[in-house]
Structures are given as structure tokens and as C-alpha cells.
Design a protein around this ligand. Structure first.
Ligand SMILES: [Zn+2]
Length: 257
């Protein structure tokens, strides 16, 4: 029996034009709110999935450390990811797996935290699943994404031998599948979790960041390969065709699923 809970870890602001790319504001403003400066409030909704053997966390939020350089995002209501994990009845040491959709700071910042002036690993017993392509980008980022990666988020996890790199689809356990997609960034992991024969829980990360982005051609200007993003959404829809899908929208501040 699989259980799940969405874990809210905080909010930030992003420019609406950047979030919706070539879509005109007169169209997207009906689907997602913006303030007078065109800022959209975005969430960081992680997901905890567990059964009697495994406790799996999908993404970890931005965390609480080293946010000074990111003040333009106006992060607010932030929570250390350990807090909602505790409220589901688990200690961080009981988390068996952390699946990272990708390694931009707003998705993996919670993997480490500062205490006594040093970096610590939040989930010290968990295998941290990352795609090989994404890891290569993290180690050697292109100019567009360079400012989205921070060494302090994942290097300690790697040095502790906790990173598992995948270069193809992987079944984490029966009914829990990780697939690799491009578009937003190289090698984004999308998780497909069977909740029954015709029910799928989907964690698409930034392939579909908000409910408004379900439309194939509504693609963020942050995406490095928009045509790949379009193809990724089509592939996800084909794969879940005929099933009832519950999406977890990582960045949607208004409709988390
Ligand atoms: Zn993101």
C-alpha cells in the first residue's frame, strides 16, 4: 500500500513573462495570478511517498542556507524540509531515497543544511537519485543555467557516496518509475507512481511546473530547449493515456494537485 503527502516548503516570486514565455499575458493572466509588477507567486511543493519498506522524498525545496545572493526571488514562508517530513511521522534518517527532478537550487537546496558553521547532509541514509545528464550539467553548467546551480547543495552528498546516477529509466520499486526527459534542463527526472491499475501519481518537476503549464505549448522562457519541453509533455500524456492522473505541480502556489 502506497501513501503520499505533498510537503509545502515555501514560496518565491518569479516574473510572469519568464514563467509563460511566448504566451501573451492576456492569455496566461486568466490561468495564473500576477501582481502589479508582473510577479507570480510560486511554491515549492515536495512529495513524500512511502510504503512499508521505503520512504521516498521527491525534491527538497530551496532549504534555508545561503539565500543572500538569491534575495531577488523574495523567498518567504520557508521551511526546512525535515520539518514536514517529521510531521508525516518520519525522522530524516528514515528516508531511504531522495529523487531529485533536477539540481536547480529551488529543487535540491534542502539536501544540505548549515549547523555549527558547517554543511550537513539532511538525509544521511538516503540514496539520492539524479540523472547522469543532469549531474554533468551540474558539474559543468552552460552559461544560461550557471546561476541555477550551487556546489554546497550536492557536493557533500556526492562526497558521502550517496548520489546514484541514472542514464535510463529505472524502477525504484514495483510501481514507482523514474524517467528522464529534456527541455527545462538536460536530464530531468519525472516520477510515475502507480496508485492502482488505472491511477497514476505524477511528479513532473519543471516539465509541468504549474497547472497552467499542462497545455503543451505553454512553455517557460527558463526552459533551455522549448521543443524538447513540448515533446516531453506529449510523451508524458501518451504514457499516462487512459489513466487517471494526479499531478503534483511543484511550483503552483494555488493548485498543488
Ligand atoms: Zn524550479
Amino acid at each position: 500500500m502506497i501513501h503520499y503527502r505533498i510537503l509545502e516548503t515555501g514560496f518565491f516570486l518569479a516574473d510572469g513573462g519568464a514563467m509563460f514565455g511566448a504566451v501573451p499575458k492576456r492569455a496566461w493572466k486568466r490561468a495564473y495570478k500576477a501582481d502589479d509588477d508582473n510577479n507570480c507567486r510560486l511554491a515549492m511543493n515536495c512529495l513524500l511517498v512511502w510504503n512499508d519498506k521505503r520512504v521516498v522524498l521527491l525534491d527538497t525545496g530551496v532549504g534555508l542556507k545561503s539565500l543572500g545572493k538569491l534575495s531577488c526571488y523574495r523567498f518567504n514562508n520557508l521551511k526546512d524540509i525535515a520539518e514536514p517530513v517529521y510531521s508525516c511521522g518520519f525522522e530524516p534518517g528514515q528516508v531511504t531515497d531522495v529523487v531529485l527532478s533536477h539540481l536547480h537550487f529551488d529543487h535540491c537546496g534542502g539536501c544540505t543544511y548549515m549547523s555549527d558553521n558547517r554543511l550537513n547532509i539532511t538525509f544521511p541514509k538516503a540514496r539520492h537519485w539524479v540523472s547522469k545528464l543532469q549531474w554533468e550539467t551540474y558539474m559543468n553548467p552552460n552559461e544560461l543555467e550557471r546561476h541555477s546551480y550551487r556546489s554546497q547543495d550536492m557536493t557533500p552528498v556526492f562526497d558521502a557516496g550517496l548520489v546514484r546516477l541514472i542514464d535510463k529509466d529505472v524502477e525504484l520499486f514495483e510501481g514507482f518509475n523514474l524517467s528522464v526527459f529534456n527541455g527545462h534542463t538536460k536530464g530531468q527526472i519525472v516520477s510515475f507512481i502507480d496508485l492502482g491499475k488505472t491511477e497514476t501519481l505524477l511528479f513532473p518537476g519543471d516539465v509541468i511546473p504549474t497547472k497552467a503549464h499542462l497545455s503543451d505549448s505553454w512553455i517557460s522562457a527558463y526552459d533551455i530547449e522549448p521543443l524538447e519541453s513540448l515533446a516531453a509533455k506529449k510523451r508524458i500524456k501518451e504514457r499516462t493515456d487512459g489513466k487517471h492522473v494526479t499531478h503534483v505541480f511543484y511550483h503552483d502556489a494555488y493548485q498543488t494537485e
